[in-house]
Design a protein around this ligand. Structure first.
Ligand code: COI
Length: 338
């Protein structure tokens, strides 16, 4: 690894030297080991391949001077992973494995953390059923792995979306709020079709009426309308993003107006027609705050106004970046120093 490779790596292009591996069987977790990054044998008929018990998380580590580093909100990602475990009938992961294991792994591969502004070491915990089952029931053995990769933000420019009116991502009572691989598998065809039409991804609409905006491709979404940040509420069909939560917290700190409420695709187009739509962004760990560009719905298309530094979303983004880089005090205790 050279610092140039590390600092210029696109999201997921290269993995760091080590990974943490631990199995759950006979009703308990084993001892985690940190091993060189590489293949790990699994049984020939793992339950994840048949019935999809596979889940993951994503969070980031940032460098500090003199060889130090910080993890951003690992406890929040740990809590969300355990919620996903419950939904997918998988055993919960203790903090001693998830949080302490991430810290130990990042400490060992500290030199893989990019030193470039806005880049980070992306930490990817993943867990899947490896027990051999053909009957449809939870696996009796699971593997939990943490891998890391240096990464620049997921998107380099603005993100063009087409509102999806054929496929849906989630519906009430489904797995939309869980971070399970199946949600992402189910989204790929829609993304491919959007890309064929010249867009990056789709803007997901609700699964019942196909009117309410839910997510922007792989991210949460927020609009700036007449100075207020409007974002769909966590209704059970939307992933409870940690970056979304951080941005909303910082907007509240800055006393900037927020509305967590349902918003229809028509309201977005109407706000654009009236001149009150001042910007919009996808919000996620990998992408941070990714401004939206073109938005199409059926036969109408708009270009969402660019957000300047005075936009509330950009102000919250700058605050978030300041906290993660250490320039602004960590007033919410979000950073775990290692
Ligand atoms: C993240 O933003 O961390 C995600 O999990 C989305 C990803 C699959 C790129």
């Amino acid at each position: 690894m050279t610092p140039e490779l590390r600092d210029s790596a696109a999201f997921g292009a290269v993995f760091s030297d080590h990974m943490l591996v631990v199995d759950w069987n006979n009703g308990k977790w084993g001892e985690p080991s940190i091993v060189p990054y590489g293949p790990q044998p699994i049984p020939a008929a793992p339950s994840v391949a048949h019935y999809g018990q596979g889940i993951f998380e994503g969070f980031k580590a940032f460098p500090r001077p003199n060889g130090g580093a910080v993890l951003f909100r690992p406890d929040a990602n740990h809590a969300r992973m355990n919620n996903t475990c419950q939904r997918m009938a998988m055993p919960e992961v203790p903090a001693s494995i998830f949080v302490d294991g991430s810290a130990a792994l990042v400490a060992l591969d500290r030199n893989w953390i990019p030193e470039k502004e806005n880049s980070a070491l992306y930490i990817r915990p993943v867990m899947f059923g490896i027990g051999e089952v053909l009957g449809v029931k939870p696996a009796d053995t699971f593997r939990f792995i943490i891998e890391t990769c240096p990464s620049a933000p997921y998107f380099s420019g603005s993100v063009d979306l087409i509102a999806e009116d054929v496929y849906v991502r989630a519906f009430p009572g489904g797995t939309g709020a869980a971070k399970c691989g199946g949600n992402y598998a189910g989204s790929m065809l829609a993304a491919i079709e959007a890309q064929k039409k010249g867009f990056h991804n789709v803007l997901w609409l609700d699964g019942i009426e196909r009117r309410y905006v839910e997510e922007a491709g792989l991210m949460n979404v927020a609009f700036v309308i007449s100075g207020t940040v409007v974002t769909p509420p966590l209704s059970g069909t939307i992933l409870p993003g940690i970056t979304r939560d951080s941005v909303l917290t910082l907007l509240r700190d800055l006393q900037l107006p927020i509305e967590e409420r349902r918003i229809t695709i028509d309201e977005v187009f109407d706000a654009h027609a009236k001149g009150t739509l001042q910007g919009a962004a996808g919000i996620g760990t990998a992408a941070v705050i990714a401004p939206l560009g073109r938005l199409r719905h059926k036969d109408r298309e708009i270009t969402i106004p660019k957000m300047g530094p005075e936009s509330p979303l950009m102000k919250a983004g700058a605050e978030l970046e300041g906290i993660r880089s250490g320039r602004i005090a960590d007033r919410h205790n979000w950073l775990l120093s290692i």
